[in-house]
Design a protein around this ligand. Structure first.
Ligand SMILES: [Zn+2]
Length: 466
């Protein structure tokens, strides 16, 4: 086994990029079956499953690396298209990259953790020539602007500048990190900002999976979203554009850096997020992806933020708010019609987030009341469902609201409107359900009232007609 190590610089994104760069070289040299990446806690070990003592294998590693280097420095194409690298630093880098005599097998020694870093030495502790602070390698070398409401601008000659934390990195690690960025990261634009998304391995990753990631990233590179979306929604936006990635990205966390340009690059945000809950939402049904598309298209950021939190934290208390905002924020572009949720998405919210019992969801009495509530919702009359959603158990709001709704229902019916009014028996049954599980009953009513009819409901109605 031939094992190479990332240098344990303390910068998660840099380590991961170098690991991907090394893995890419291994795949090129020995095929994807022979390569894997393993998280060693602070650095990565990249295994090439070949005989280490065999001179020709060692040769092959160096040769492949040098080939990649030559390709990479043959033009400034890659450097100029890497966010975080300005054209001035690209030029300087290109010159340095051409001069160095690389030795990849210098990385076969395990790095030392917790080492002190002197100001003038490379953070990777390699003895190759170094290059200065470049955000493109690691977003952590720039301070967050306005983080924690503290403005970090310094003023130089009347121009506000965001300070950076200058670090030096050896030119070989810089090159590997560029390879990693180029092969494994997802780069797109949101308005004027560059977003770099890097999948961070949580377990051992085999070559086959690495190849899938390497091929996936081409699908999103250079995508451009021309809206100013809140940063917290970037993971959801990103994953909604890659629904087929769910299986591939299952064991990864996402590292996301948002960069802006203003006399050089600045880091506007850095996140590291677990994505399994997002993936569950996206994988559950294609309707969930459609819901995301509708929300982003309508710039429904209130609903999106509620949805984002409820998916991320599986927080049932936000579901009622989300369904309400969904109707409100996605409807106006539909003429006068109120837009409702797909039944499949409603089912996901009821079961996976609300954890509501099946017998409550399918209860015919509850469905009968939903039918009436939805009638009012579709006329933008949210008063009843809002009151039910916000009802407190002891305050009897629930009961009062329902009797008011019944009264208006009957009145409208006598005036000739085609409105379904629940039977008194159904109302009593609903009170019994609420007695048993108040929160679930309320939530089920709200979610279903804001959703299109599903098949269960139609069957319930048909039975009643008979
Ligand atoms: Zn280095």
């Amino acid at each position: 086994m031939l094992t190479l190590y990332t240098p344990a610089t303390g910068f998660l994104d840099l380590e991961t990029k170098i690991a991907y760069g090394l893995a890419r070289i291994g795949i090129e040299a020995f095929g994807c079956e022979s390569v894997s990446i393993k998280d060693e806690g602070g650095f990565y070990a990249i295994d090439f499953n070949v005989d280490e003592s065999n001179e020709s294998n060692r040769d092959k590693v160096e040769k492949t690396f040098n080939l990649f280097c030559r390709r990479l420095v043959s033009s400034n194409q890659i450097l100029n298209n890497s966010p975080g690298i300005t054209s001035r630093s690209a030029e300087r880098l290109l010159k340095l990259l051409k001069e160095e005599n690389y030795k990849l097998l210098s990385l076969t020694r395990k790095p030392v953790l917790h080492k002190q870093n002197m100001k003038n030495e490379n953070i990777c502790q390699h003895e190759f020539n170094g290059t200065g602070n470049i955000i493109g390698f690691t977003a952590f070398t720039s301070y967050h602007h306005g983080r924690d409401v503290i403005n970090t601008d310094t003023v130089t000659g009347g121009v506000p500048r965001r300070p950076t934390n200058p670090k030096k990195i050896c030119i070989q690690c810089a090159l590997l990190s560029l390879l990693g960025t180029w092969f494994a990261s997802f780069i797109f634009k949101i308005k004027t900002r560059d977003v770099v998304v890097l999948p961070i391995p949580q377990n051992k990753v085999e070559g086959e999976k690495l190849l899938q990631i390497f091929s996936l990233q081409h699908r999103i590179r250079k995508m451009w979203f021309n809206w100013e979306i809140p940063q917290v929604l970037i993971p959801l936006l990103f994953l909604s554009k890659l629904p087929s990635a769910a299986d591939i990205l299952n064991d990864f966390e996402l590292f996301i850096a948002v960069l802006s340009r203003q006399q050089g690059y600045h880091v506007d945000g850095v996140f590291l997020i677990p994505i399994n809950n997002y993936l569950n939402f996206i994988q559950a049904t294609p309707y969930n992806i459609a819901v995301l598309e509708i929300l982003f298209k309508n710039e429904a950021y209130g609903a999106l933020q509620a949805l984002n939190s409820l998916i991320y934290h599986l927080d049932a208390t936000l579901v009622g708010r989300f369904v309400r905002l969904y109707a409100q924020e996605t409807s106006f572009k539909w003429g006068n019609k109120v837009n409702l949720l797909y039944p499949e998405t409603a089912k996901y919210l009821l079961k996976e987030v609300g954890m509501i019992r099946h017998d409550i969801i399918t209860n015919p009495a509850l469905r009968s009341v939903v039918n009436t509530l939805r009638y009012f919702v579709r006329q933008s009359k949210y008063w009843y469902v809002d009151n039910i959603r916000n009802a407190k158990r002891d305050a009897r709001d629930f009961e009062t609201t329902l009797s008011k709704m019944m009264r208006e229902g009957w009145l409208r019916k006598t005036q000739g409107e085609n409105i379904h009014v629940p039977r008194e028996k159904d109302i009593q049954e609903l009170f019994r359900l609420a007695e048993e599980d108040f929160e679930s009953t309320k939530l089920a009513l709200a979610i279903l009232a804001f959703s299109f009819k599903d098949k269960t409901e139609e069957t319930v109605e048909n039975i009643k007609e008979v």
